[in-house]
Write a protein that binds this ligand. Structure first.
Ligand code: GLN
Length: 257
């Protein structure tokens, strides 16, 4: 079976498990799936792919550290290069840099050469829902079928990707020193096949439409992918739309075969 884990230290992990279970029958795979909650190193090491859920990224990071999972998570993402998807706080954890963190900062896993801005939408509109045009979902459509309908994007004290970073880690660190940014430590891929899964280009997978005409936030980056790492600012696990879970699970299957 293909084992897919959801990091279950804090936040919306049960919801991800439920959507994975519902999406699994729609995925083309010779093997079946097993979905597990990940709290220990042993559980993490069984996984072929991992979701890091939304919640509170500083808390998530602290608990991961306390459970000695932070380094193994970095190895999973950056050394083994296994498929990993972060939603909201999970996206923050998977960014190479994050700003608007408290002094002393928080430990990141990294993997995506981006800088995220936490709690980007501020207080007044901390949380909102908006229809998203996600062109990659067209991969799930049959040929000739009309474009995919909008995806219900739920944003809860969400981050955005506010900067795409140079791939060279030294340059990222230099960039980060300019403000209150924290950066993830560099890691080398395990071997050639892991290195092949790396990609030095960050793909923008989705942007905000803007909710009012002339809206300054139109174009804000809310979904990115780089090689094995995928991140979304919003919470597909809080909807009953299975498409992103189906799409990502298919990537996990494809990466294993
Ligand atoms: N604001 C949270 C953070 O900075 C993320 C919120 C979420 O995951 N819904 O970690």
């Amino acid at each position: 079976a293909i084992t897919v884990g959801v990091l279950a230290l804090q936040g919306a992990f049960i919801e991800h498990i439920h959507l994975l279970q519902k999406a699994a029958p729609l995925v083309k795979s010779k093997e079946g799936f097993e979905f597990i909650e990940v709290r220990t190193l042993e559980q993490l090491l069984r996984c072929d792919g991992l979701i890091i859920p939304g919640g509170e990224s500083t808390t998530l990071s602290l608990i991961a550290q306390r459970n000695n999972l932070l380094e193994p998570l970095r190895d999973f993402v950056k050394v083994e290069r296994k498929p990993t998807w972060g939603t909201c706080a999970g996206l923050i954890m998977l960014a190479e840099a994050a700003n608007s963190t408290k002094k002393g900062g928080q430990e990141l896993i990294g993997g995506l050469d981006v800088r995220v801005h936490r709690n980007h939408f501020g207080r007044q509109i901390e949380s909102f829902e908006t229809g998203l045009d996600l062109p990659f979902l067209a991969e799930l459509q049959a040929e000739g079928e009309s474009p995919p309908p909008p995806f219900p994007g739920i944003f809860i004290r969400a981050p955005i990707v506010d900067k795409l970073l140079p791939h060279v880690h030294g340059e990222q660190a230099a960039e980060a020193k300019k403000d209150d940014t924290v950066v993830a430590p560099a890691k080398e891929p395990r071997n050639e096949s892991a290195a092949k899964k790396m990609s030095d280009t960050v793909e923008v997978m989705g942007v905000l439409p803007g909710r009012n005409p002339g809206d300054a936030e139109a174009g804000d980056i809310i979904a990115v992918r780089q090689g094995n790492v995928f991140g979304t600012s919003f919470h597909p696990e809080l909807t009953d739309d299975l498409r992103i879970h189906q799409w990502w699970l298919q990537k996990v299957v494809d990466s294993k075969s």
